[in-house]
Design a protein around this ligand. Sequence first.
Ligand SMILES: [Zn+2]
Length: 99
Amino acid sequence: MPEVICQTSESLYPRFGLALPDKQLVYVRDDLPGCVKRFVINHELYHLGDNARWWLLREVKATVHAAIQHPIGFVACALMSLAPYRLWYYAQRIRGREK
Ligand SMILES: [Zn+2]
């Protein structure tokens, strides 16, 4: 049974959430609005059972899955992700410098 653990924004920065499939653990930032937190938890839980190897495909699959179930949380999360530190994080991932 997967476990969901709330963490401070500092400990997860710059992420909103994190999935550890080997341990069946999901971390989520404790300061996110409720709808965003539910979207992020759903997104991270999807990662626990996904075997896709390419990180971009994994992210698209998890995001689409969670957005269908939590559309308001998805929109709010997307708007929150326009913050410069989040855009920098995505740029680093696209360049392969961050997982
Ligand atoms: Zn993800």
